[in-house]
Structures are given as C-alpha cells and as structure tokens.
Design a protein around this ligand. Structure first.
Ligand code: KG4
Ligand code: ZN
Length: 351
C-alpha cells in the first residue's frame, strides 16, 4: 500500500497598507498564522481625530520594510520558502495602498514570487478562516462587513463569490463611532473608547433614532450621529460641539451607551433579517466594529443560524487576513502581473 501524501503546505506573505496600519504576515494554508506584524499609526492620527492621508502614506514608507523583515524573521522561513505574496490592492487610501503594492512588486521581482492583488473586504471576510478549529464553509453565508470605511451586507455563495445586498448611504458604522467619540471628548479610534465608556452607562438614557430603511438592505448612520450632536448641544449650549472638548458634567457614559445601543440595534436587525431571507447557513461578521462586544452578543442572541466573528485581535486591519484571502485566490489559480495597480474604490461584487 502506498502511503497517503498530503498536499504541500502553501505559505503566503500578506501585506496590508490600505489605511493607517502597516501590516506584514506569513500564513500557512490560509489558516495557520506563522507571523503577524502590525505597526500602528494610531497615535500619529489621534491628534486629528481621524486618519490624515498624507501622513499615513509617508509613515508606511518608513515602516513597510521593517514590518516585512520582522514578519519573515518571526515565521522562521526564508523568502525562497514562500509560495506567493498577497497585497491589498483596494479599496483604501491611494497613497497608502501604493506603498504596499510597490513593496510586494519589489519582492515578487527579486524572489520570483507570484503576486496577488487582494480586495480589502475579502481579506476581512477571510479573517474568519484564521486560527479556527473548523472552517466556516456553510454557504450561502451572510456577510456583514462593518468597519471604519464600510458597512456592507453580502451574500457569499462560495469562495470568491459575492453578491452585494446593500451598504451605508452615508457614514460607515465605525466612522460614526469615531465621530461621536470626538463629540463626547473621547479619544480616536472611537469604537473601543465608546465601548469602554458605554460599559458604565445606561443604553436607555436617550432613545436615539434607528434608521431601519426597511425597503432596502442599506444603512444610514448620519441621523444617529446628528442626534447625538443635538443632544450634546442641548445640554451644553455654549459648546461648539466637535471642535472643543465637552465641559465637565456631560453624561458621557450614558450618551455612549445610548448611541452604541442604536447602532447595534440597526446592525443586528438588518443582518438577522437578511440571514433569514437568504437562508444563510452562517453569518460571518468582520471588520473593526466586529470587535464590539455589544454587537457580538446581540447577533449571537438573535441570529437564526451560527454566527462567526474573528478573534478580537484580527477584527481590525491586519496582514494575516490578506494572506488568508491570498491563499484561497492562489488555490483558485489567480496570478497577477507586475502591472498590478491600486484600486482605491473597488467594489467587491464587481470582481
Ligand atoms: O477594519 P478597520 O481596522 O479599518 C477599516 O478598514 O476601516 O476598522 C476600524 C474601525 C474604526 O472606525 C474603529 O473605531 C472601529 O473600527 N472599532 C470599533 C471597535 N474597535 C474598532 N467600533 C466599535 N467597537 C469596537 N470595539
Ligand atoms: Zn478594514
């Protein structure tokens, strides 16, 4: 009897520079993280209350090479042992994406490695394949991608197959968290700060509006953001909210909890309704806001099918998820060329 041979391991270097974090990671077979380096610029942008695009790209230029070097060192592999390099091609900030794509091209050329351009939202989805005992393959899956730049619902019918149901018409949910945090005098990024403040607040303190937009799968978060602004101004009429920090006495915890409750309510209701309507085998939630505990609990409580969320450290942007998505693209035969260009406004379902 001939012994069974398992297919050779596939090791992919992922590179992520779509926004303000420089990431490089090595992942084996799309699931096993061998290294995952993230050099965050959070502090740099905190003073502006958001990402400053030119500073982000300049900072990537300084950190991309050390990030890749450390990712290779920690993986204990040499570049010759890699099978491909996968890089975020879009959507994202053009000046930031270019830094990652150019680094990937350099490596591809120098080491003769295939290069693969990856969609940022697809890589968020594939964060759900990382470090899991069992892969999420109960298609069709209903995907909620909820981050600083996106709030989108997709039906995923198989690997690389997406149909977009809808998305935000104005602010992304994470963006609303960031803007409301600023109104309340909380630091950037606003999501974790609001979540922390909300823990000691009353979610029913103010009933902020919920835009359910029942006749579509779209979202809108600008109304709830404006409602928080109005509430802050009503309580502190002298305050040019959003510019000056609020005065002492503002019930920050209660307002944070009430805002979070409104956003979680909308995200949960629409996701659950879409999962029912499209008979999803599973709900996949990914992106920075999926780190939110209140959202996790509400979805787990109300969903008609299993819900998967990435480990907390893989919710926000990272390169391991790029390498994971790259693995599935590699296996399906995708190979890009050195002409690969960035696509700052790339639609996932278009691909
Ligand atoms: O996915 P991500 O790292 O970057 C984008 O692709 O946008 O998401 C960042 C966003 C920020 O808006 C941040 O405030 C939000 O995710 N976020 C959270 C939490 N952690 C990060 N929002 C709510 N609750 C959290 N715990
Ligand atoms: Zn992201």
């Amino acid at each position: 009897m001939t012994p069974k041979t398992s297919p050779p391991d596939v090791r992919i270097l992922g590179i992520e520079t779509s926004c303000d974090d420089t990431g490089a990671a090595v992942v084996e077979n799309g699931t096993r993280i061998l290294s995952n380096i993230l050099i965050s610029q959070g502090e740099l942008h905190a003073q502006y209350g958001g990402v400053f695009p030119e500073m982000a790209s300049r900072s990537h230029v300084e950190t991309i090479e050390p990030a890749i070097r450390r990712a290779m060192e920690e993986s204990h592999l040499s570049v010759e042992e890699l099978d491909a390099v996968a890089v975020t091609r879009g959507p994202g900030l053009a000046g930031s994406l270019v830094v990652g794509v150019n680094a990937a091209k350099g490596l591809s050329l120098a080491a003769g490695l295939p290069i693969l351009g990856i969609h940022h939202l697809e890589s968020h989805i594939y964060s759900l394949w990382l470090s899991q005992e069992e892969s999420p393959e109960r298609f069709p899956a209903l995907c909620l991608i909820v981050s600083g730049g996106h709030t989108d619902l997709y039906v995923m019918s198989g690997h690389g197959q997406y149909r977009r149901l809808g998305g935000t018409l104005d602010d992304a949910a994470g963006e609303a968290f960031d803007k409301v945090a600023r109104l309340l005098g909380l630091p950037y990024p606003g999501g974790p700060a609001i979540e922390a403040a909300a823990r000691s607040g009353n979610p029913e303190f103010v009933r902020f509006p919920r835009a359910l937009l029942d006749d579509s799968w779209n979202f809108s978060f600008s109304g709830v953001k404006t409602a928080v602004l109005r509430e802050v101004r009503r309580r502190q009429p002298n305050l040019a909210a959003g510019i000056n920090p609020p005065e002492p006495g503002l019930p920050v915890e209660n307002l944070a909890a009430s805002f979070q409750a409104a956003v979680v309510d909308v995200l949960t209701k629409k996701t659950v309704r879409a999962a029912r309507e499209f008979q999803a085998g599973e709900i996949l939630v990914a992106g920075g806001v999926s780190a939110n505990q209140a959202l996790r609990e509400a979805l787990q409580r109300d969903a008609p099918c299993p819900v998967r969320m990435p480990p907390l450290e893989l919710c926000t942007d990272n390169a391991a998820m790029v390498a994971a998505a790259g693995y599935f693209r590699f296996q399906s035969g995708q190979r890009d060329t050195l002409d690969l260009d960035v696509v700052p406004d790339w639609d996932l379902a278009e691909d």
